[in-house]
Design a binder for this molecule. Structure first.
Ligand code: ZN
Length: 345
C-alpha cells in the first residue's frame, strides 16, 4: 500500500510546458515524454507527483527577458505571428498525446478527466491568435481547446491585462472591449472555460457580469492580494465573487506572487502557497481553493522544486491543518467540479 499522499489525484490549473517545448528544439517533445528533467514538468515527473490533469497553456507572445525591465512587454502583439505560434504549440500537445501511448490525452470532455495517465486541458493564454470576427475560436475549439484567458499581462483587442509592477492594484486600465464581450459570449456558447488570470479588475467585473448565473468564474493561476500586493493577485472582493459563482482560484506557485515583499526568490517556503490557499479558504470557502502552479513559466520555491514535489506540497497542507477531504478538494475535486460545470452546462 502506498502512503496516502501518493494516492491523492492532482489537477493543476496552469503550466507553460508548451512554450518551453516550442523554444527547445526538435527533440523537446521526446524529451518531455521520456523525462529530460528540463524545466519543472515532464511526463515521468508528472506521474511521480500524482498529476492526473492540468491546463497546458498556449502562450503565443512571450517577451524576451529584457522586455520586463524596460516595460516593452506591454506592447501589443500582432495577430498573424500569434496565430502561427498557436498552431505550433497546439501541434506540440497533439504530438505529445500521440507519442505518449496512452499516458497523456487531451481532455475534450469530463470523462477524459477521470482516466489513468495525464489529462491535458488545452488552454489559450491571451486571445491574440483570435481575430475580430472570432472564426479562429471555432478552429481552436475543434483542435481541443477548452479554456481561454482573454489576456496575458498586456492590453489586446479584447481586454486589458495587468502589468507586473509591484506593489500594485489589479484595478488598472479599462474593461472589456465590444470584441471582448463577444468573445466571452462565444466561449459560453462553445462551453469554453473563461479564465480571468492576468485580467485587470474592470475586465474581471465585466466577465463576472456577463457570466452571471452561467459558468463559474475562474482564476487559473493567481494568489491573494491581501498577502502579496501584486496586481496579478485577487482582492478579497474578487475572491468572494469567484466563490459565489462556484469557481476556483488556482494558487500560483510563483514566488513573486506569494511573498509579501514581491521578490522573485527561490528561497521561499512552500508553506506560503498553503498560506495563500488558507486565506482564500477563509475569505471565500474551501470550495474556491485549487492549484495553479505556473510550472515552466515562473520561479518556483526551491523547497517544492518541480512537478515531482507536489506530494510534498500536499503534506504541507496537512501540516497546516487541512483535513484529508479538504486536501482532496484543493488537489483535484474543486477543479474537476468547475470543469464539469463549464463543459456540461
Ligand atoms: Zn500566466
Amino acid at each position: 500500500m502506498p502512503p496516502y499522499a501518493a494516492r491523492v489525484r492532482i489537477f493543476d490549473g496552469h503550466n507553460d510546458a508548451l512554450s518551453r517545448l516550442a523554444g527547445a528544439g526538435p527533440d523537446a517533445p521526446a524529451g518531455f515524454l521520456a523525462g529530460d528533467g528540463a524545466g519543472h514538468l515532464d511526463l515521468p515527473r508528472a506521474a511521480a507527483g500524482g498529476l492526473a490533469g492540468g491546463c497546458f497553456a498556449v502562450f503565443t507572445c512571450a517577451p524576451p527577458d529584457a522586455a520586463y525591465a524596460d516595460g516593452s512587454y506591454l506592447a501589443a502583439v500582432p495577430h498573424a505571428p500569434a496565430w502561427r505560434e498557436a498552431m505550433i504549440q497546439i501541434g506540440l500537445l497533439r504530438c505529445l498525446e500521440r507519442g505518449s501511448e496512452g499516458r497523456l490525452r487531451i481532455a475534450r470532455g469530463v470523462a477524459d478527466l477521470d482516466g489513468p495517465g495525464l489529462a491535458a486541458v488545452l488552454h489559450l493564454e491571451g486571445a491574440e491568435p483570435i481575430g475580430p470576427r472570432l472564426e479562429e475560436l471555432e478552429l481552436l475549439h475543434a483542435a481541443g481547446m477548452r479554456s481561454l484567458g482573454l489576456t496575458w499581462s498586456r492590453p489586446n483587442a479584447f481586454a486589458t491585462g495587468v502589468p507586473f509592477a509591484f506593489p500594485g492594484s489589479p484595478d488598472q486600465g479599462p474593461g472589456l472591449t465590444d470584441a471582448g464581450r463577444a468573445l466571452v459570449a462565444a466561449c459560453r456558447e462553445l462551453r469554453i472555460l473563461v479564465d480571468v488570470a492576468h485580467l485587470n479588475a474592470r475586465g474581471f467585473w465585466d466577465v463576472h457580469a456577463l457570466q452571471d448565473g452561467g459558468p463559474p468564474l475562474v482564476a487559473s493561476h493567481a494568489g491573494a492580494h491581501s498577502l502579496c500586493a501584486s496586481p496579478r493577485n485577487l482582492t478579497d472582493d474578487q475572491l468572494r465573487a469567484v466563490a459565489e459563482s462556484g469557481g476556483v482560484v488556482g494558487i500560483n506557485f510563483h514566488t513573486g506572487f506569494l511573498r509579501a515583499d514581491g521578490a522573485d526568490d527561490p528561497v521561499t517556503p512552500r508553506a506560503l502557497i498553503v498560506a495563500h490557499a488558507a486565506h482564500v479558504a477563509e475569505v471565500a470557502g474551501i470550495d474556491a481553493v485549487a492549484l495553479g502552479s505556473d510550472f515552466d513559466g515562473a520561479t518556483m520555491p526551491e523547497e517544492l522544486g518541480d512537478a515531482a514535489g507536489l506530494p510534498g506540497l500536499l503534506d504541507a497542507f496537512r501540516a497546516a491543518g487541512f483535513g484529508e477531504d479538504d486536501v482532496a478538494k484543493v488537489a483535484h475535486g474543486n477543479w474537476r467540479r468547475v470543469l464539469e460545470a463549464t463543459w456540461t452546462a
